[in-house]
Design a protein around this ligand. Sequence first.
Ligand SMILES: Cc1cc2nc3c(=O)[nH]c(=O)nc-3n(C[C@H](O)[C@H](O)[C@H](O)COP(=O)(O)OP(=O)(O)OC[C@H]3O[C@@H](n4cnc5c(N)ncnc54)[C@H](O)[C@@H]3O)c2cc1C
Length: 293
Amino acid sequence: MFDICELHEPETLQEAKRIFHDNPDLKVIAGGTDVLIRMQHGSLAGAGLLSLRNIRELEEIRMLGDGTLSIGAMASFTKIFQDDLVQKHVPVLSEAAVSMGGPQVRNVATIGGNLCNGAVSADSASTLFALDALLKLENLEGERIIPMGDFYAGPGKVNLGPGELLVSILIPREGYEGMGGRYIKYAMRKAMDIATLGVAVVCKVRDNRFAELRIGLGVAAPVPIRCFEAEAYAKGREITLECVQEIARLAVKPSRPRTSWRASKDYREHLIEVLAQRAVAEAVKRAGGCCAH
Ligand SMILES: Cc1cc2nc3c(=O)[nH]c(=O)nc-3n(C[C@H](O)[C@H](O)[C@H](O)COP(=O)(O)OP(=O)(O)OC[C@H]3O[C@@H](n4cnc5c(N)ncnc54)[C@H](O)[C@@H]3O)c2cc1C
C-alpha cells in the first residue's frame, strides 16, 4: 500500500496550475515510475499527489506553424518512439526513447517525468540537449521557455519554480532540420538497465564537411552536458577519420564522471571517447557524409 494523504486528478492544465498554486507542497505525479518507487521506499510518506494523468492536452505531439516540434510533457516513451512526426524529423529521439526501460515502463513513463526527476542517466536528456530543445514551463502566473542547459541545477535537482509544471518540450526547426543523429546507450545489460553512459550526436554535413555538430552526454558529469569544444572544433572541417578521432578526444574534456558500482571514472572516460567516435561516425553516415578516409 502507498502512504498517500490526498490525490488531485485535474482534467485540464489550467485546473492543475490552480490546484498547484493553492497547494504548493503537492508532489506532481506523471507516469509514477519514479514517484511510486520513492513512495514505496518511504521517502515520500504521507505526500499529497497532483496527478497529470487525465490532462490529455499534455500528451500531444504536434508541429507548430514555425516548424517547431512540440512534445507534450505527458507523452509516454512508447508514444514518442512510435510517433510519425518524431520518426520523420527527430529519429534520434525515437532511438533514445526505445532504449529506455522495457515495454511496460515505456508505456507509462513520460518524457516530462524523465526530465523533471533530474536524473543524469535520463535517456531522453542527452538527446534533447543535442537537439537544442527548449522547455516550456508554466504556473498560474505565466510561462517561461528555457534551454535544457538552464534546467538542470545539480544531481536530481531541476529549476522548477513554485507551482510550476513542465508543459512541453520544444525542438525548434534549426535544432533538427537536415540533421543525422545517433544515440548510443551503454548499459550493463541490453534491456531494462540504467545507462552507464549515454551519447547523443546530431550533425549536418555539407560537401563532406561538418556544417554543424552537437554532442550531448549523460552520466558523464553530475548533470547532462554538451561538448562545446568538440562541437566548435568540428565546424567547417572536412570529415576524416582523424577529425572524428579528435572530436571524440575533445568530447572527454568537459566530462566529470564519477566512480560508482556501475563503472569507474577511468572506464567512463574511455567509454566517452570510444562511443563518441562511434556515434559521430554513424550520425555522419545518416546525414549523408562519410568518414572512411
Ligand atoms: C524498471 C524501471 C526501469 C527504468 N529504466 C529507465 C531507463 O532505462 N532510462 C531512464 O531514463 N529511466 C528509467 N527509469 C526511470 C523512470 O522510469 C523515468 O525517469 C521516467 O521517465 C519517469 O517518468 P514518469 O512519468 O514515470 O515520472 P514520475 O515518476 O511521475 O515523476 C518523476 C519526477 O518528475 C516530476 N514530474 C513529472 N512530470 C512533471 C511535470 N510535467 N512537471 C513538473 N514535474 C513533473 C515528479 O514530481 C517527480 O519528481 C526506469 C524506472 C523503472 C521503474
